[in-house]
Design a protein around this ligand. Sequence first.
Ligand SMILES: [Zn+2]
Length: 384
Amino acid sequence: MNHKSCGDRAGEGFRPSFTLLAEDEATSARRGKLSLFHGEVNTPAFMPVGTYGTVKAMTPEEVEGLGAEIILGNTYHLYLRPGHELIRDMGGLHEFMNWRRPILTDSGGYQVFSLNELRKITEEGVTFQSHLDGSRHMLTPERVVEIEEALGSDVMMVLDECPPHPSSREYLERSLALTNRWALRSLDARRRPELALFAILQGGMDPELRARAASELCGQPFDGFAIGGLSVGEGQELMLKTLEATTPHMPRSRPRYLMGVGTPSDIVEAVARGVDMFDCVLPTRNARNGMFFTSKGKIAIKLARFERDELPPDEGCGCYTCRNYSRAYIRHLFRTREILASRLITGHNLYYYQSLMKRIRAALEAGTFPAFLNDFRAGQEVLQ
Ligand SMILES: [Zn+2]
């Protein structure tokens, strides 16, 4: 393979950049191109989640073939197992997992807060016990950047605190101030400027705190800005309202990443509000639970009504699964717990998400995004 490896000297002069190619006049939607160390990413983009250095059930070649230009890895999980030093010694995460395009790594903050009850947050960082063996660890903003640089991540996320929803205003304010101080420390800790570093805007559902997060961080030399702390059970309406209170305060010239979101409808609505990048476990996790995302809504393949259904999972879909297999056969595979069921459904779901992003980008290029948005919303209403 001819991809750049972790210690490639070609990286010395490279700097990540973002180019805005088109902006919709009626909404805040944008079409852009993100240039990263391991290649270009067309935005709006959906990033399949590969927490442990694998998009579950798919080979890297298959993920690329489905249209993904960037995938996600998780710093917390890879740090605990197999360890970032091992991955660095194996040539970096790209080499280790045989993925040649860009990788974004989540900082692990979210996992520390969601998987560890015994965590302790101080100004210095967060101390926690491994959910694997109970061993004690400390992650600081500096340590997280060091781990992400060892992995060779194209987009490194800063360590942040993701407050639970709902939280009191006092808690949110204190937490935001700490998250912002940690973000500035992360900038200072960076040693590899060829790898992008994104800050994370927090502030709960409070519009004033969201604006404060943007005003304190968006003037800093981060390569992009993420919106964190959404899709935490607040519901789509409040999530979109919070987005509307956030994106107008973010710089036009930098990519905007909405973390952990979401359903096809969440993505389309967030694009209309100015978001460029997304990641979510839904298409892959739900696939393993037998759920197809289709142009006509969600399908639970286990239902008895598909027992003798000769149709493909999503009529009109051009993916490998839909071109070759019936609902009845995949239902049979799922009921007999065959591995192939996970592979076929994951393949379709990722294809569906990537083709949705392609249609969004094409509409933005053609100047027809408002019509696309109306059609999409109308199609969703029929389903629900
Ligand atoms: Zn399909």
